[in-house]
Design a protein around this ligand. Sequence first.
Ligand code: FA5
Length: 342
Amino acid sequence: MKEKIEALRQSFEQELQKAASSDAVEKLRVAYLGKKGSVTELLKGLKDVSAQEKKELGQHVNQLKKQVEENLARQVEAIQAAEEQREIDSAEQYDVTLPTAGAKGSYHPITIVQRQLEEIFVSMGFTVEDYPEIVTDYECFEAVNVPKDHPARDMQDTYYLENGQLLKTQTSAAQNAILRKYGAPCRAIFPGRCFRNEATDASHENTFFQMEGVMVDKDISISNLIYFMKTMLSEVFERDVKVRLRPGFFPFVEPGFELDINCLICGGEGCSTCHHSGWVELCPCGMIHPNVLKMGGVDPEEYTGFAFGLGLTRLVMMKYGVKDIRDLNSGNLKALGQFVHE
Ligand code: FA5
């Protein structure tokens, strides 16, 4: 029986070398390990040998069985890898530098509007600043007059890193650094991506864009604030839009306002985008709180300033009539490809 086992091992190895397709390997598996396969027959034959021989021969047959199983699996893997390689080699080769035949690439609508806003503000003497998305608790909250345990923190839950840093909830997180960088007088805008841990709906995302602006100088008043907000909106929308200013509370401004825009999705009639109010909260703003100026190294006795935190993503929705904010982060080219920048 030992010779039989050895002969089977050799014939298997020879046949395996010739098995060049998955089908051929499968046939071999059936021929050796199937119900009536040669190895199976050997195992069955063990019942006819003496108990002493059974121990030794059983070991040999089982070794052969293991070897057959392992080599079959290896062969299947090799055949699949070769097939994949053949597919890759025969795939259509193309030159990525050639111009496309049909579809044009386009900027994301948020980028288009952000750049437009940057141009408007630059023309009014503002500089454009970039700021990190990961900030400290001090930058995001304490430096803008929101101490630890302040109730206003409840409205801006976010995602925290293990080292205590966080994904910024508001572009106001850059106010302190900008004031320290430029001192007074200063005019700067700082667009950026913000993050909040909150339920999403047609007008709320957990990841959205804001554009903050500050202007600090001698004798800056609410009239300056209103002038800049009106100019910005009429330039962006290129038509008259109804806005309303109402009191709003933010610990970093005093007085503070909410600037709402008449919902351009429903024309003010009420829809899911404006939560059936006819108005969309767009640009909270106000006169910078003396504490914030002080923390930024600016003397509040000598200087005053305004700050605004424009909801850039919401502005894009209003400008282009996007009903659901989630479409903007969807990566859906059918929706986003419509905004080709002229
Ligand atoms: C703030 O974030 C203040 N930092 C704004 C500010 C700056 C006030 C300077 C005064 C002075 P608020 O949480 O309301 O405020 O957000 C500002 C704007 O961001 C909102 O009006 C809205 O347009 C947009 N926004 C806020 N949360 C979301 C969200 N989850 N999804 C989309 N847009 C949002």
